[in-house]
Structures are given as structure tokens and as C-alpha cells.
Design a protein around this ligand. Structure first.
Ligand SMILES: Nc1ncnc2c1ncn2[C@@H]1O[C@H](COP(=O)(O)OP(=O)(O)OP(=O)(O)O)[C@@H](O)[C@H]1O
Length: 708
């Protein structure tokens, strides 16, 4: 027996020059003028050596078997560790399908609720909104070698923060919206050299922000809002953090220079914090901040008090005189933009509270204009409409609900007194576009009118505050219907509904391409949470046309277009980038899998596995191809042929080479040809042949060859 292993061992165990001679090649560094080539080894020498190696390889066979067994059983041990981890949780009913007899991961297929898989390995845990409590057993999780992300957001975990540095390889940790409390030990994040995102918002954590956080070399997102953190904010390396929020804590001192580019809302609600975008630090603030050890001399205090009293008195007299004069000259007309005294401040605080997610429904504002209310609180309406009989003060008074916080800011639902329900989106990460450019862009967006595009009704511009107002769409986002309903046990959209949604989205996107020809990516941020559904499940696009007005650095980190292969590889987006996003969305709708799970996983390195690659691998691996489709999608019998056609359109749209993707018109035409039911029963089997499948993304260049 002379197997590959023994062959390998034989070659590598021979004296270096001999091994090359054995292959009939000259030794790598031999130089004829320096040294003559060594003589060929005698046949008896070679036979002896070969024998020795064979014996060695037979001896090492048990080791090899143990090694292979270890590799084969690594999945089982992931399963055991997960079951052990589950054992320390309370209220783990949502994890009832964690079943040791079934591996958590089969390739990229996930068998266990909340367990994210890649190539048969557990790379993430997404245990959100499950009412979980108890202990997070980090020591057991540390035994999962491929674990890179953990989210237990929106649960009931309490007590001190788990020692996550035991899982040193983590890239993202989401612990927001729990009841974690107490101080974070100094070294909690020590050695976590790959950690990029830490979400701790809405807990009861106290003490200082640990310096080990500021020392993390790759940290990009840090959310600490609505806790009890105190003391000074440590200095983070400049330009590293892309998202930061420490509002509503008890922090004090001066905001470090490295964080001054974040807006005031990242720091609001910390009374003794100063500098950067909030109130300037005065010697007085500094005195307060340094625990007021050295007190001001009594005389100075008295002098300052007297001066302040005199100044206030003078101000009151001036105001009274001015009011009297006004009254005698003319009676002022009440403008919609004039807020009642005190209203802006309260409203502003309400808004910030809403933003921190402290309460779902509050009597709120959409914006507060603290400086020049007369000029600043007027909305600019984009369309002439009879029912635009409201303005900013009405939004300020309306009861509002936080719909969510996205990458550009927060979105609120505001119910007006006349029954109309509006949505206000407050943008945080805009670029420095001036009023004229912004207004011009808004007028362009305001002219849009299509049944699959949500119209922007009005906008508000101030240098540091930008708002969009739109009508509320009742039925929530496609993302919730595809992914959220599942965990709540609600029905998922069936095949005909999903097909109609894709048709509507494609038409809406084509409309944007036609109407906004000057934009490279007319949508730019197409994903399932930016597709809303009305009551009849008609899709409507939102968050389109933003690329020209948003902060580019932020966009590059968060917008869907910037996750495309062309941006990853060539740092550019093209006219076909939105087609890629549409392709991804088609695959998400058909497979029920969330593309961002794949993107997040690939973002840290060279791993290019995305949803399209995964779908292709299922189609090509010779197994049951229908497994690619979402198992929760009903109404699929006699439809697999048509579903396959649509899947293939999605795959072609995701072609890695942007030039080989179809243009939007071709996509719309092809999608329109897909029917709810298979026309020909035999069609499916011929359609799903191996060759045909392999041609979908890379191997066939001609989109027109799609056999519809
Ligand atoms: N006009 C609207 N009617 C109803 N719901 C809306 C409307 N606009 C936005 N939403 C919903 O509000 C929520 C928050 O939206 P937002 O755009 O702030 O975040 P996102 O879509 O989750 O992320 P991103 O900022 O990346 O777009 C989402 O669930 C979105 O579907």
C-alpha cells in the first residue's frame, strides 16, 4: 500500500536534494558552477526509505483516525455545547427545536432556532426577543471555535455583564435592552482584538466606561445610551468609531476630541458633560466636574450673584417695555410656526427620549426649534394637496410612537388630531449639503409619484437637523413579514404574494431609474426593511435617492449599495448596483434568509460567501434543489418551475461582474413573465437540470438565455 499520505511523508522525509532528484527535478538552489549535482540515490536506498515511511504511516494511522473522528464530530460537540449553554438559560421555550439528535448546522442550513451557521459551523447566536433570562454561560460558548457574533437583545438578562473576553474571537456583541447592571470590570474587553460592535444600550450599567473598550483596535460601533455610566468618557483613537451614543447617562467632564464629530444627540442627557457639540466647558463646569474641591472665594460668588440678578432684572424690564409698545402699535397674527412658550424645550426632550427608545408612545415633537421658532418650525410641503393642513406644531403636539432606529436616524409615527397618520424620519448622518442643494434634491424626490414608491410629503431643513415627513403605510415592512412573523408564530407570505411583491418592487425601482437618471444608484439602500406593505400587500419603496445627501463615510459603512461586490472589490458603485440589491432581495424573499447575516459574516475579511453563493451551492450540490426555498412559504405545489425561474433571475442580478447583470428594464420584463403556477408539469424537472443551474450566475453570460 502506497497511499497519498505515505507518499507525502516519503517525499518530505528524504534529504532535501534527494527528494528533488527522486522526482527527476534539479534541487531548487543547485548551481552548476558552484557544486555538482549530488549522485542519484541507489535503488536499495530508496526501497529501504520507502519501507520505513510505509511503516511510519501505518503507525500514524490511529492518530489520523482520531484526527478525522475529531473533525467529523466537531459539529456534534458544537451541539453539545449549545445544549449545555441552553441549560443555564431561563424561559428557553423559544429554543425548543434545539435537538441534540439533529446537528445545528448542515452546511449553511440552520436547523436550530437562533443559531447562525456557515459551512457547517456555528458562527453566530441571534437570540433576540425571546424573553430569555438566567446566565449567559460564556465558558461554554468559548468552546464554539467559530462563534463570531452574539445577540441577546430584548430579553430579561440581569446582573453583571458576562465576561465576554473569554470568547476572545467575537466580532460583534449585542446586549442592549436587557437589565444588566453594576460596573463593568476594567478588563472586560481585554484582548478582544477583532471586536467591532458593542451594543449595551438600555440596561442599568453603572461605573465608568472601561478603558479596555477605548483600547479595542477595531471598534467601530459603540452604543451605551440609557444606562447609569458615570465619570469621564475615555479617549478613543481618532476616526475609528463610526457610530457612538452615550446619551442619558451620568457622564461628566469634557467630551474627548476623538468624539466631537458626533452630534449632540449622542451625548444629550448627561448633565455634567460639556464640550464638542454640546454646551462649551466653562471654568465653572470644570470646577463642578472635578468634584468641586477648590471652592470659589465667597466674594466672587456674591459678585456673580449680584450681577446675574441685575442682568435678569434689566432683561425683564426691557421685555415688558417692548411688549407694551407692541400692544399699542398692532395686534400680532398667530402663526402656525410660533410654538407656545416652553413648548420647544419639552418637545425636544420628548423627542430625545423617544429616540433612546425609553417609551413606545409619548406626547412628542418631531423637532424643536430652540433658536428662531418663527423661521425654523415650518415644514416645506412638496406636493399641493388638500389635506396638507398641518405643520410642525401639529407634529409637535401629536402623540408619537418610535417605529425604529435605522442607520440614518430614528423614525416616528405621529397621529395628527384630524386622524391623519404621518411618519417623521429624523436624519442624523447627512453630509454638509447646503439649504439650496438640499431643497433642490427634495423637490426632485417630491415630484415622484408611483404606486410602488412612498411619496415624501414634506421636509424640514436646518443645518443640524433634517426631517422627512411621509404618509404612514399600515402593514409594516417586508422584513417583518419575512422574518419577524416567523418567530412570533404568525403566517408568512405565500408564493403568489411574494411573487407580486417582487413584481411591484421591480416596477418601483424601474420608475426610480427613469425619474432619477442623474443618480448612479437611484435607490441606493434597497432591502427588505425599506419595502413597506400596504393592507393588500402591495409593496412601496422607502429610503430611496439618499446617496447625494448623506454623509459618505457613514453611507460606505452602512448602505446596501456599498455592500455590493463592485464596491467591495473596486470601491465604486455603478448603474447596476441597485440591480444587485434587487437580486439579493429576490433571493431573500424566495429563500426566507436574511442577506445581512451573510454580509455581516463576510464583512470582516475576505470571505465572499453571500446569499447568492449559498443559493447557488444548494442548486449545484446534487441534492433536493427545492430546499433552497423558504419552507414557510405556502402555496408552492405546482409552482416550483416558476419559482426556479424567479430564483434564477435573482441570481443573474447578483452576478459578481456588474456589467454582466441585466439592466432594470430587462429584469422587470423577465419578472413579469413569471406566473403563479407552472405551465408545464415536466418543465420543472427539465429546468432544474445540473447544467442549467450552473449557468445561472457565473457560467452563462447571456441573461436572455434564461429559459422562460
Ligand atoms: N412611511 C412609513 N410607514 C410605516 N412604517 C415605516 C415608514 N417609514 C419607515 N417605516 C418603518 O420604520 C422602521 C424604522 O425605519 P428606518 O428607516 O429608520 O430603519 P430601517 O429601515 O430599519 O433601517 P435603515 O435606516 O437602514 O433604512 C422600519 O421598520 C420601517 O419599515
Amino acid at each position: 500500500m502506497f497511499d497519498a499520505t505515505s507518499h507525502f511523508i516519503l517525499l518530505h522525509s528524504l534529504p532535501s536534494n534527494k527528494s528533488f532528484s527522486f522526482l527527476g527535478l534539479p534541487p531548487p538552489c543547485a548551481h552548476p558552477h558552484v557544486r555538482a549535482p549530488p549522485p542519484l540515490p541507489s535503488p536499495s536506498y530508496l526501497i529501504t526509505m520507502a519501507r520505513k515511511r510505509i511503516i511510519l504511516s501505518i503507525r500514524s494511522l490511529p492518530l489520523l483516525i482520531v484526527f478525522l473522528h475529531f473533525v467529523a464530530s466537531s459539529n456534534a460537540s458544537d451541539a453539545e455545547n449549545l445544549i449545555k449553554f441552553k441549560g443555564s438559560l431561563q424561559n428557553a421555550a423559544a429554543l425548543s427545536n434545539w435537538d441534540i439528535s439533529k446537528p445545528p448546522c448542515m452546511g449553511s442550513h440552520e436547523n436550530w432556532q437562533g443559531v447562525l451557521c456557515d459551512k457547517g459551523k456555528v458562527w453566530g447566536l441571534k437570540l433576540e426577543n425571546m424573553g430569555l433570562g438566567g446566565v449567559i454561560d460564556v465558558d461554554t460558548l468559548a468552546k464554539l471555535p467559530d462563534l463570531r457574533t452574539i445577540s441577546v437583545m430584548n430579553n430579561n438578562f440581569e446582573g453583571s455583564l458576562p465576561s465576554i473576553s473569554r470568547i476572545g474571537v467575537l466580532k460583534t456583541v449585542y446586549l442592549s435592552n436587557n437589565k444588566f447592571s453594576g460596573e463593568i470590570p476594567i478588563g472586560t474587553f481585554d484582548g478582544m482584538t477583532n471586536l467591532k460592535k458593542i451594543y449595551l444600550a438600555n440596561n442599568n450599567l453603572s461605573g465608568s466606561i472601561p478603558a479596555s473598550m477605548a483600547a479595542l483596535p477595531k471598534l467601530m460601533e459603540l452604543m451605551l445610551e440609557n444606562n447609569e455610566f458615570s465619570g469621564a468618557i475615555p479617549d478613543f483613537p481618532p476616526n475609528r468609531l463610526k457610530l457612538f451614543n452615550a446619551s442619558n447617562n451620568k457622564l461628566d467632564g469634557e467630551i474627548p476630541n476623538s468624539l466631537t464629530n458626533f452630534s449632540a444627540s449622542s451625548f444629550d442627557g448627561n448633565e455634567n458633560l460639556c464640550g464638542g457639540p454640546i454646551k462649551p466647558c466653562t471654568p465653572n463646569t470644570n470646577t463642578q466636574n472635578s468634584s468641586s474641591k477648590d471652592k470659589l472665594p465667597v466674594l466672587t460668588i456674591i459678585l456673580v450673584t449680584v450681577l446675574v440678578v441685575v442682568a435678569i432684572a434689566a432683561l425683564v424690564i426691557v421685555v415688558i417695555i417692548l411688549r407694551r409698545r407692541k400692544k399699542t402699535t398692532h395686534q400680532p397674527a398667530a402663526t402656525m410656526a410660533t410654538a407656545p412658550p416652553g413648548q420647544p424645550k419639552t418637545a425636544s426632550r420628548d423627542l430625545d427620549r423617544m429616540e433612546q427608545g425609553q417609551s413606545g408612545v409619548v406626547s412628542s415633537s418631531a423637532v424643536a426649534a430652540e433658536k428662531k421658532p418663527e423661521q425654523n418650525v415650518k415644514l416645506t410641503f412638496l406636493k399641493e394637496a388638500n389635506n396638507n393642513n398641518f405643520d410642525m406644531p401639529d407634529l409637535l403636539k401629536a402623540s408619537a410612537e418610535v417605529l425604529g432606529s435605522g442607520v440614518f436616524g430614528s423614525t416616528y409615527k405621529a397621529a395628527l388630531n384630524d386622524g391623519r397618520v404621518m411618519v417623521v424620519k429624523r436624519f442624523k448622518h447627512m453630509n454638509n449639503v447646503n439649504r439650496e442643494e438640499f431643497s433642490e434634491h427634495m423637490r426632485r424626490l417630491g415630484r415622484l409619484n408611483h404606486e410602488n414608491v412612498v411619496s415624501i410629503v414634506a421636509y424640514y431643513y436646518r443645518k443640524e437637523e433634517k426631517l422627512f415627513v411621509a404618509d404612514f403605510v399600515e402593514n409594516g415592512s417586508l422584513a417583518v413579514h419575512l422574518h419577524g412573523n416567523r418567530s412570533r408564530g404568525l403566517p408568512s407570505p405565500n408564493w403568489p404574494t411574494r411573487l407580486n411583491i417582487i413584481k411591484g418592487v421591480a416596477k418601483g425601482l424601474q420608475y426610480l431609474y427613469n425619474e432619477l437618471p442623474s443618480l448612479t444608484a437611484p435607490h441606493g439602500h434597497l432591502k427588505s426593511s425599506n419595502v413597506l406593505l400596504d393592507i393588500s400587500f402591495k409593496p412601496l419603496l422607502i429610503d430611496y435617492g439618499l446617496v447625494p445627501v448623506v454623509n459618505q463615510e457613514h453611507a460606505q459603512d452602512h448602505m446596501i449599495s456599498y455592500k455590493s461586490p463592485e464596491y467591495k472589490h473596486n470601491r465604486r458603485i455603478t448603474k447596476k448596483t441597485d440591480v444587485w440589491s434587487l437580486g439579493m432581495l429576490i433571493l431573500e424573499i424566495l429563500t426566507g434568509r436574511f442577506p445581512s447575516n451573510f454580509l455581516q459574516q463576510g464583512s470582516g475579511g475576505d470571505d465572499d460567501t453571500d446569499l447568492a453563493t449559498w443559493a447557488e451551492s444548494v442548486l449545484c450540490d446534487g441534492g433536493d434543489k427545492t430546499e433552497v426555498f423558504d419552507g414557510d412559504m405556502e402555496g408552492t405545489s405546482h409552482c416550483y418551475g416558476e419559482m426556479m425561474k424567479l430564483l434564477k433571475i435573482g441570481l443573474v442580478c447578483c452576478h459578481v461582474d456588474a456589467d454582466k447583470r441585466p439592466d432594470i428594464k430587462e429584469v422587470v420584463d423577465k419578472v413579469e413573465e413569471v406566473k403563479e403556477k407552472d405551465i408545464d408539469d415536466d418543465f420543472y424537472s427539465s429546468y432544474t437540470s445540473e447544467t442549467d443551474m450552473r449557468s445561472s450566475r457565473g457560467l452563462s453570460d447571456d441573461f436572455k438565455s434564461i429559459n422562460i
